[in-house]
Design a protein around this ligand. Structure first.
Ligand code: NAD
Ligand code: DAU
Length: 331
């Protein structure tokens, strides 16, 4: 099979390509604009006879059409992905996440190709901190940020293209990922690299907000399972019961890195900050027999810390500018 992977030089997309190379015999073509979040080095060392990287914008209908024509299936990761950036400037989020998905769907329709859309649990809004319920595929959409609204809109485009045009598409909505090759603007890599730089971790608000952490390789094994045996037109929620408060995550990072657990700063909160995400992944487990491999968050975190320790040349170029931007916002 020849896969077209959009956003394959980003965090989850590049880990997906690594997993495809390890676990399958598929050929991969990556289309990536290489924005600030894309890094060709994330694909370094992979077999050149099975992988091609094309630098192009998913909003470029001509480029997309040619690449879709050549592939058997599209796995769509490309997006503007960071909530804080979407609050500062929503324009690229509307463009890439909505128009880009539209261009890909049109190409999939023209060429009759299988399409998997990678989306987020944030389309469901948030849960109260003391609410024991979790998101299910039936939870109504209620996005909070420009990022999550643009992802919700892209999911709706996919659903409409399935129903109206019969495009063979599936959607997955996953919770917060952690692991290697994640941009230093995101929560966990920001705190690890702050500590490596002698800075204190920064917690928004009180640190009580909770996220449902999943290792990126577990997210990607679920995407492969859906691509392989997911039912067309269906939505699958991906999560591995990894709920933790932000404060707890920072305490674990500090402890793992040999610092006192309370050596962090509380900083200005994110506007509209979602309180809690939690995923009920029973449909994925029951229908597709998928199970996460990383059940010990602390062990996964330790390996992630080691990755950042050992790969400074990967993250260093972005660090100074990211911290300057956060500092200007008192974050
Ligand atoms: P990322 O920001 O690390 O990577 C995004 C990639 O897309 C980058 O390589 C970037 O260059 C590329 N890109 C951006 N705009 C593009 C365009 N117009 N044309 C072509 N390429 C473009 O993001 P990520 O964290 O790897 O997220 C990947 C996908 O997974 C996104 O769709 C995101 O919504 C979804 N998701 C992320 C998480 C998470 O925790 N990070 C959780 C659930 C779902
Ligand atoms: O739930 C899935 C989503 O998870 C994905 O769709 C997004 O692409 C991904 O970025 C992530 O969104 P979050 O906004 O939850 O992730 P972020 O890493 O930005 O922040 C995680 C939590 O940590 C959130 O509650 C905000 C908080 N935070 C973040 C940063 C950068 C801090 O407390 N301090 C920080 O420095």
């Amino acid at each position: 099979m020849r896969l077209l992977v959009t956003g394959g030089a980003g965090f989850i997309g590049s880990n997906f390509v690594h997993q495809v190379m390890r676990a399958t015999e598929h050929q991969v073509v990556v289309i990536d604009k290489l924005t600030y979040a894309g890094n060709a080095d994330s694909l370094a060392g992979l077999p050149a006879d099975r992988l091609r990287l094309v630098r192009a914008d998913v909003c470029d209908g001509g480029a997309v059409d040619g690449l879709v024509a050549e592939c058997d299936a599209i796995v769509h990761f490309a997006a503007e992905s960071h909530n804080d950036n979407s609050i500062d400037d929503p324009a690229p989020f509307v463009q890439t996440n909505l128009v880009g998905t539209f261009r890909l769907l049109e190409a999939a329709r023209r060429h009759g190709k299988r399409f998997h859309h990678v989306s987020t649990d944030e389309v469901y809004g948030d849960l109260e901190l003391d609410d024991p319920s979790k998101f299910t595929p039936e939870t109504p959409y209620n996005p909070s940020s420009p990022y999550s609204a643009s992802k919700a809109g892209s999911d709706m485009l996919v659903r409409a293209w399935v129903r109206t045009y019969g495009v063979r598409a599936t959607i997955s909505n996953c919770s917060n990922n952690y692991g290697p090759r994640q941009h230093v603007e995101k929560f966990i890599p920001r705190q690890i690299t702050n500590l490596l730089d002698g800075r204190r971790p920064k917690l928004y608000g009180t640190g009580a907000n909770t996220r449902d952490w999943i290792h990126v390789d577990d997210h990607n094994s679920a995407v492969l399972a859906i691509l392989d045996r997911g039912r067309i037109g269906q939505t699958y929620l991906i999560g591995s019961d990894g709920e933790l408060s932000n404060k707890r995550v920072v305490e674990l990072i500090l402890t793992e890195m040999g610092r006192p657990a309370d050596e962090y700063d509380l900083v200005k909160d994110r506007p509209g900050h979602d309180l809690r995400y939690a995923i009920d992944a029973s449909k994925l487990r029951d229908e597709l027999d998928w199970r996460p491999a990383y059940r010990d968050f602390r062990a996964g975190l330790r390996a992630t810390i080691d990755w950042y320790r050992n790969n400074e040349s990967w993250w260093r170029p972005a660090k100074r500018e990211v911290e300057a931007r956060y500092q200007a916002k008192q974050q």
